[in-house]
Design a protein around this ligand. Sequence first.
Ligand code: AMP
Length: 138
Amino acid sequence: MAYDDNNIFAKILRGEAPCFKVYEDEKTFAFMDVMPQVDMHTLVIPKFPAENLFDLSPEYAAAMATTVQTVARAVKNASDKPGVMIAQLNGSEAGQTVFHIHTHIIPREGGIDLKFHARDLADFKLLEAQAEKIIQNL
Ligand code: AMP
């Protein structure tokens, strides 16, 4: 399937849709998931028009991995959770719902289950405060 540049993450990259940004560099962008599975669920995307990992250039795959490491460290410190889950879904059969490649950063601790994937919109004031805390830990 051809990349659809009207997907929501492409719009966020172009500044046509709002987001709670936590990090940006030449090749990548990171922001809060608006339907988080836990507090501080964050997404990292490359500035490259690829649906999934198989369509991404090695250069941008490397840049995304580097940014995931940087932002995951900040999320871990900001959330004060002992574990961090990194997830990246390829294809609707794998559960992918937005077709611009992205990596999930999800802080975890024992006994706390994940909420449903992409279901409930979070309180925007809460997301704003969480983004600010992550930025302070970068
Ligand atoms: P996936 O199912 O791996 O494609 O994940 C897509 C993620 O994007 C889900 O966790 C959604 O909650 C999240 N999401 C969808 N729309 C937005 C948006 N406008 N801003 C931030 N996150 C979003």
